[in-house]
Design a protein. Structure first.
Length: 210
């Protein structure tokens, strides 16, 4: 696991507990707050590359997310869960030549569990994926979001992932996304801190792309 993750795992866990009430308030006010923070382009854009970002805080998160997503697609990444299971991801193309993200899941002993391609953006890519939708002119509910800054490079991303319900994902960042905790509102007990290592070996790439 990455050094940041080792040093800050308990901080993330404590943050989850301490932030539960605040997150619940955000969820309860989701309709009002989301529509109050539309990601639609406007004159307040700080950086043309990240037109969805409307503050310096958001800009840092969007840039880190873009870096993470670019690396996942180009050199691959390993997501390690707190129970030792892990997932390998890397960019690929489907039979029609369209880009996709391939994955292979393994248990803590390295035994393969499943392989395939994702039909959604990986958690580190969520802000970058939304930014791309904004860049292409999407004005639907999919580009509504809220960002809470927890301090120390940790953000909570509240957005829509293919439904009207909010996803609540803790993203720990530096220049890239170093770890995340996916919080599903209906299953808060499933929250799991995940560390990220970028760059797969040739053998790991072969396992994903076979």
């Amino acid at each position: 696991m990455g050094n940041w993750f080792k040093r800050n795992l308990w901080g993330l866990v404590v943050g989850l507990a301490v932030g539960s009430l605040a997150t619940a308030v955000v969820i309860s006010n989701a309709a009002d707050s989301l529509y109050g923070q539309s990601a639609s382009p406007s004159a307040s854009v700080l950086d043309g590359r990240y037109s969805a970002a409307k503050s310096e805080t958001q800009l840092a998160l969007f840039a880190a997310s873009q870096k993470a997503c670019d690396d996942i697609k180009s050199i691959g990444a390993k997501f390690t869960f707190s129970n030792g299971n892990y997932e390998l991801l890397v960019g690929g193309k489907d039979t029609a030549g369209n880009p996709e993200i391939l994955f292979a899941n393994f248990d803590s002993s390295g035994n393969p569990k499943s392989t395939g391609s994702l039909d959604y953006a990986p958690q580190p890519c969520l802000p970058a994926d939304l930014n791309e939708q904004v860049r292409r002119g999407n004005t639907s509910l999919a580009v509504e979001f809220v960002v809470d800054e927890m301090g120390g490079g940790v953000f909570v991303w509240h957005g829509h992932r293919g439904s009207a319900e909010l996803s609540n994902v803790y993203l720990a960042t530096g220049t890239t996304v170093t770890s995340f905790t996916d919080r599903m509102p209906q299953f808060p007990e499933t929250a799991d801190a995940v560390s990220i290592d970028y760059g797969l070996t040739a053998d790991q790439l072969a396992l994903v792309r076979k």
